[in-house]
Design a protein around this ligand. Structure first.
Ligand code: ATP
Length: 340
């Protein structure tokens, strides 16, 4: 893979009442071509500022923004406008023209670029088919659901055949079911068009559903970054752990653990299965081999983008030596094991 976006030592401060509010404090980030990259953080962490720096809707105070080999900070207005065509963007509140139809909204960037009428017509039809809205081309935004409006936003963002799509909290105003359908569309577009997608969100399930890699931002700094699978299974920073808990059954688990831990002869472990392991009877084979009695207290199976994973909370009724042997054997088979 080669690099599509490179942010180097990015700083951004806003002037407020004579002093500077630091929104980004030294962001270093590179995003590969064809990747779906997520940035997650709490309100005020700097997510919007960060994503808006990628197309210079916000101009960083210092640092470098390189998109597909072009340093955007060095461009004049006309060159920047040209480069921005390569970077589509969608928004939380869609930002559609309310007085224009679906088709006219999608045609808008093409008209601005003075494309010939026949080409515009063909492109709009193509895009509306891609996002599943061809039957609604003559409706106005007010006649559409939130999910349909976002589909128009996506079609419009794709009109100039961008290399990058920036998604600024694109599903935050949508209900869970609609969110899933929009996320599925983004994955589809990523696959079909090979588009690089950067999305910001405060919801970990969005990251889990579509992203390849994720950066966690806190106080204008990246506090953790990695493959979604790794970050999910082994979150290091407290902020990341908080986000991961959003999508775990951790409350229930904690209750079980504190209740059960009163009994000293039992050891509770969490076993994580990943990918094809998820469907193999590894646990049972190990337990048979080591002869360790066990109870399954809780089990979940889920999916991170294309990777299935499962977690089991298991209680071992055995002495320490037997427990160590069992854990060693599970780890040898490539499973993640954690005593809880
Ligand atoms: N135009 C602005 N003028 C002054 N301060 C700003 C401006 N935009 C953002 N900030 C400040 O910069 C910091 C980062 O804001 P930003 O909007 O990037 O965070 P965010 O993570 O996107 O939050 P949210 O999810 O609430 O939008 C905050 O302290 C915010 O108050």
């Amino acid at each position: 893979m080669s690099r599509m976006i490179q942010l180097e030592n990015l700083h951004k401060g806003y002037q407020v009442d004579g002093h500077i509010v630091p929104a980004l404090q030294g962001i270093d980030l590179s995003i590969e071509k064809g990747e779906i990259f997520g940035v997650i953080g709490h309100s005020g962490a700097g997510k919007s500022t960060l994503i808006r720096c990628i197309n210079l809707l916000e101009r960083p105070t210092s640092g470098r923004v390189v998109v597909d080999g072009t340093d955007l900070m060095n461009l004049d207005d006309r060159q920047l406008q040209e480069q921005r065509r390569q970077i589509g963007m969608i928004f939380q509140h869609f930002n559609l023209l309310s007085s224009a139809t679906v088709a006219e909204n999608v045609a808008f960037p093409l008209k601005l670029a003075k494309r010939p009428k026949a080409e515009i017509e063909q492109k709009v039809t193509e895009l509306l088919t891609l996002v599943g809205l061809e039957a609604h081309r003559n409706k106005y935004p007010a006649q559409l659901s939130g999910g349909q409006k976002q589909r128009v936003g996506i079609a419009r963002a794709l009109a100039s055949d961008p290399k990058v799509l920036l998604c600024d909290e694109a599903t935050s105003a949508l209900d869970p079911q609609t969110t899933n359908s929009i996320l599925a569309l983004l994955r589809d577009i990523n696959r079909k068009l090979g588009l690089t997608i950067v999305l910001i969100t405060h919801e970990m399930h969005v990251i889990r559903a579509v992203c390849d890699r994720v950066a966690v931002i806190d106080g204008g700094k990246i506090v953790e970054m990695g493959n979604v699978v790794d970050v999910f299974l082994k979150p290091q920073h407290p902020t990341t752990q908080e986000f991961v808990e959003q999508v775990a059954d951790s409350v229930e688990l904690k209750e079980i653990v504190s209740h059960e831990k009163a009994d000293k002869d039992r050891t509770m472990i969490r076993i994580t299965f990943l990918g094809s392991q998820t469907y193999q009877p590894v646990l049972f084979q190990t337990m048979l081999e080591t002869g360790t009695p066990f109870n399954i207290l809780q089990g979940t199976i889920s999916r991170m983008k294309d990777t299935p994973y499962g977690q089991l909370i298991v209680e071992l009724e055995a002495d320490q030596e037997q427990v160590n042997k069992t854990i060693g054997s599970l780890r040898q088979r490539g499973l993640e094991v954690e005593v809880i």
